[in-house]
Design a protein around this ligand. Structure first.
Ligand code: CP
Length: 301
């Protein structure tokens, strides 16, 4: 496996994360004053699952860095004839692609790809990992609070099916923040500290709401959307009890009126669209790293 691949946040040292966030902070959302040399920059995006933010922010980042981008239509590839994921990626490597971005419904699909030499950037694997989402979440919190240490982060909702919850817990605890969880009992995960939403809410610096992932089998436990919102969601009443300095985050897509009241999606405390913009910055930094470039800070030192 290429050492510059990004498969999970667990593979990154604290220093790696600091460097990625530092590079991301120096990038811009809609233009780039740093470009990859053309000879290196042929990138294939393979999304075996639907995606708006991750797919198109990777593509935006790639294009702005000067990459040539192939959006592989997975339904029109030989995957439909039974080709293995390994053979698909090995073929892309053989025909000249320099890096691949992959989203796949199978947990840790990348374990099948040990023999691939070009960098693999994981854009989400099943219920497993979503490293660039975690990095953009960290960047958003760092911009807000100036640090990732000592934050009180409350993650609410469909913990069980979430690749965001796991990645954020690992990384934030590493930096010295406290991460606690709330939501329906059926979605709790072993080893994750669970708290009562209403009791924990006034102390939280970050309230991160998670989407109910019906495509992964999450059921509403007999609750209507309104009932779910009242019991487990961020309502306008709960919003009033948030700390003055606290922010709302959500990886999106948002089920408006289910995990969050639709009027709160763009309130002053919400960073939901900021997170999406930060996705471009982080993905630029991760692509730069994938091609073997030291962070701007390391280069200076
Ligand atoms: N947050 C996230 O991964 O969104 P998409 O599924 O739209 O990429």
């Amino acid at each position: 496996m290429n050492k510059n691949s990004l498969l999970s946040v667990q593979d990154l040292s604290t220093n790696d994360i600091i460097h990625i966030l530092s590079d991301a902070s120096l990038f811009h959302v809609s233009y780039s004053d740093w470009q990859l040399p053309c000879s290196k920059a042929l990138v294939a995006n393979l999304f075996f699952e639907a995606s708006t933010r991750t797919h198109y922010s990777f593509e935006s980042a790639e294009l702005q860095l000067g990459c040539k981008v192939a959006d592989i239509l997975t339904s029109a590839s030989s995957v439909t004839k039974g080709e293995t994921l390994y053979d698909t990626i090995k073929t892309l490597e053989a025909v000249g692609y320099n890096a691949v971005v992959i989203r796949h419904p199978r947990d840790e699909y990348y374990k099948e790809l040990e023999g691939i030499n070009i960098p693999i950037l994981n854009a989400g694997d099943g219920k497993g990992n979503h490293p660039t989402q975690c990095l953009l979440d960290l960047l958003t919190m760092q911009q807000e609070f100036g640090t990732l240490k000592g934050l009180n982060v409350l993650i609410c909702g469909d913990i069980d099916h979430s690749r965001v919850a796991a990645s954020n817990k690992t990384a934030l605890e590493e930096f010295g923040s406290t991460v606690r969880f709330c939501g329906p009992k059926e979605w709790e995960r072993e080893g994750y500290e669970t708290v009562d939403f209403d009791e924990a809410l006034p102390q939280a610096d970050v309230v991160m709401m998670l989407r109910i992932q019906k495509e992964r089998g999450a059921a509403m436990h007999g609750l209507s959307d309104v009932e779910y919102l009242q019991q487990y969601g961020l309502t306008k009443e709960r919003y009033k009890r948030m700390k003055e300095t606290a922010i709302i985050m959500h990886p999106a897509p948002v089920n408006r009126g289910v995990e969050i009241d639709t009027e709160l999606v763009e309130t002053p405390k919400s960073r939901i669209f900021k997170q999406m913009s930060n996705g471009v910055l982080v993905r630029k930094a991760v692509i730069k790293r994938a091609f073997g470039y030291a962070s701007f800070e390391e280069k200076k030192g």
